[in-house]
Design a protein around this ligand. Structure first.
Ligand code: GDP
Ligand code: MN
Length: 432
């Protein structure tokens, strides 16, 4: 569940962070008549998505007429497809520095990651892409309840080194980062981010923006927190904005799917690495596969193998759902190799192999990108599945030439994975 900026700010404030004075939330410009404003004021679109600044959803205004005009215009906007229902008014603060700071969880390892940069503001993505040396990043392996002093000092030191303007603020920066971390832990959040954390001309530190994404799995424990910021815990607030293109697509088709790469739509692959997509047999096996890909990659391939997704077919998927699962990963720009498995359970190996072959033939006919598939199947309808696979390979060898399925238990999955990765690297070498 993603919180609105004003809700997240209320939470941050409880942990000791300073926030700008909140003036009002309005649904139209007429409501301004009821307010006595002292300018300048920030006008901020309330949508559950970032990047409002660049999309025209954040404006500084200096008079009541300007406020009225700006609000009327802003309500006409749509920000990345989201219409604006409410607008937040808050006291504008003067800015001398904009800092970026966040606490998140790495989706692949579940470690907590803290990121800080003295080059915060609306261009932080560009900074991360083009000047990684301006970003401080620390991975915590032990899920500490409070942020150890040494780490907070390290972050504050980095910020001060990046910008002489921040000299003398070490303790305040430290406290702010530790407060953000405590908010993250206490709220059991997935993301807590402040961008920008503003340093004013008077050297005050103020959270000018606030983002919190709560973990839906722990919401039942967070009811008091939700109520305290005016959210009905039973109201489902579905944050589509957090989904990647592929997660959204899988959601519409009807199977659980998670991307392990950040922003896979825009992702740039590292040339010497192999990116492995997973179509596992069930959720538990899906999680195991992620681990095992990394394990085999570390042991035999110099750690150069990256699992890119989690997925789960659910019990007894239909033919078309199986095909769609493979299509999704073959449409995914990162995928170099797909590892798949059917491992007992109620799902039919026969339907699985038919769905898989259907997707490969379809892609071959339509000249879509084909990816090598390695896997193993064991379990229900195995004989029929074997027969179908052998016949299919005789009838249409071309679309199935990169399909390598072990039928039965003569190989353990780790060896299937290793074979697949070796093959994947070989193909990659030929392409380069
Ligand atoms: P986002 O684009 O959705 O992340 O929206 P933000 O709340 O971060 O606002 C975007 C930008 O507006 C910030 O990076 C600041 O440069 C600017 N901004 C936000 N609040 C204030 C403020 O109180 N005073 C001033 N001068 N600028 C602000
Ligand atoms: Mn922001």
């Amino acid at each position: 569940m993603r919180l609105y900026e004003n809700e997240a700010k209320q939470i941050f404030e409880r942990f000791g962070l300073k926030i700008p004075k909140q003036i009002a939330i309005v649904e139209n410009s007429k409501e301004l008549d009821e307010l006595s404003l002292s300018f300048p004021v920030m006008i901020k679109a309330m949508v559950l998505i970032g990047g409002r600044g660049k999309a025209g959803g954040i404006k500084l205004v200096s008079s009541i007429d300007e406020a009225r005009f700006t609000i009327d215009e802003m309500f006409k906007l749509s920000i990345h497809g989201y219409s604006i229902e409410k607008i937040l008014l808050e006291e504008a603060v003067n800015v001398s520095n904009e800092i970026y700071v966040s606490v998140t969880t790495d989706p692949a390892t579940f470690d907590i990651v803290i990121v800080a940069s003295a080059s915060g503001g609306v261009d932080i993505e560009e900074v991360a892409a083009n000047s990684p040396e301006k970003i401080w990043k620390k991975t915590l392996l032990e899920n500490e309840k409070t942020l150890p002093d040494a780490i907070a000092s390290d972050a504050a030191g980095f910020l001060i080194n990046s910008d002489t303007n921040l000299k003398g603020l070490e303790n305040q920066l430290k406290t702010a980062i530790q407060a953000l971390y405590s908010a993250f832990q206490t709220a059991e959040a997935k993301i807590c981010e402040i961008n920008p954390l503003i340093i004013t001309e008077d050297k005050e530190i103020i959270a000018a923006d606030a983002k919190i994404v709560l973990d839906d799995n722990s919401l039942y424990r967070q009811e008091p927190l939700l109520k305290s910021i005016g959210i009905d815990p039973r109201s489902k607030r579905h944050d589509i904005s957090e989904q990647t293109y592929f997660e959204d697509k899988a959601y519409r088709i009807g199977f659980p799917y998670l991307d392990l790469l950040n922003e896979p739509e825009k992702f740039t692959k590292e040339k010497d690495k192999l990116y492995v997509g997973l179509v596992p047999g069930g959720a538990g096996y899906g999680i195991f596969s992620i681990d095992e890909i990394v394990n085999v990659g570390d042991r035999y391939f110099d750690g150069k193998v990256i699992p890119i997704n989690f997925m789960d077919s659910g019990g007894g998927p239909s033919l078309s759902k199986v095909a769609d699962m493979f299509h999704l990963l073959m449409d995914h720009p990162a995928t170099d190799l797909i590892i798949t498995s059917r491992f007992g359970g109620i799902s039919s190996c026969d339907i699985f192999i038919r769905g898989l072959i259907m997707s490969l033939r379809d892609r071959y006919t339509n000249r879509k990108r084909m990816i090598p598939v390695f896997g193993r199947m064991v379990g229900t309808d195995l004989a029929a599945a074997r027969e179908y696979l052998e016949k299919a390979k005789r009838e249409t060898p071309e679309p199935l030439k990169d399909l390598h399925i072990v039928v039965g238990n003569q190989k353990i999955m780790a060896d299937v994975i290793k074979d697949g990765i070796e093959y994947g690297f070989k193909v990659k070498k030929q392409e380069n």
